[in-house]
Design a protein around this ligand. Sequence first.
Ligand code: SF4
Ligand code: MG
Length: 323
Amino acid sequence: GTSIVTVRELRTWFELRQWGFLRVGSVRAVDGVSFELFRGEAVAFVGESGCGKSSLARTLLGLHRPSGGSVVFEGQDMASLDGAALKRYRARVGYVQQDPYGALPPFMNVRRLLAEPLIVHGVTDRNERERRIRTALEEVRLAPDEVLHKYPHMLSGGQQQRVVIARALILAPHLIIADEPVSMLDASVRVEILSLLRQIQRERELTLAFITHDLATVRHFAERLFVMYAGRIVEQAAVDELLDCPKHPYTQALLAAIADPEAGNATRQRAIPPGEPPSLVKPPPGCRFHPRCPRAIAGHCDVDEPPMLEPRPDHGAACWLHE
Ligand code: SF4
Ligand code: MG
């Protein structure tokens, strides 16, 4: 396929200060992440909260400056973009965030919500804007005449998220990043919204990157998976390959937690994988998973950081067991 974004050794660190000025450390939210995304594919970045996946999303959106490494989007290095070029870049990347109500200014009706990005990006003709707004609403299966005059609080959560998706689509992006797009919606509309995103991705042949903690649903909505742990990608493969043949002990533990029908939700959260995600300020040396790993090799895993190895073709796992 055609590459759309190439990420190499990306680091997004945030300075940690005490009393507002004393620099006491860095939060290594994204800490040496490499991957490539291709035109027209749907991928998912999976991990527990605090693993750096939202910081990765926000870096790709141009909302955080990388502290190191590179992001090359359609042949252009993000670091080289100045104001106007960064604005053009942002039009190429659509964002669907977790909380649709928070994403929609409450004092704007749907017409204005959708007109705004068009105005910001120089679509000055009112009729052209109206045409594009109606097309975008139809694409997310909302009847324009029913919703154009409504304000966010007059819409259901599912309708709000459809408006957010329409707004993400309206500038014809090449990449859509959806960060936990359904976790705040009612269970009854979750599959509907995920299916809609996937359908639009196929029809438009755009690249869709889901950010999620939910390994159970990704099989149906993504073709490739990246499992993140403590600011790094620890496993990557096609979705069926990865879920049927997990090679990293962390992924194995996550999948065991889903597969255990006896354990209640709370028990699963507590029991598997045992322990807490590590601090991103002082990550454990060696393999970051070693304090929780049932298969850790003493004197090796706690000392040496495992590189991405390839236990099976096109299946990467950063784990010494596959040396
Ligand atoms: Fe476990 Fe060692 Fe593999 Fe890390 S490298 S996941 S500690 S076996
Ligand atoms: Mg998050």
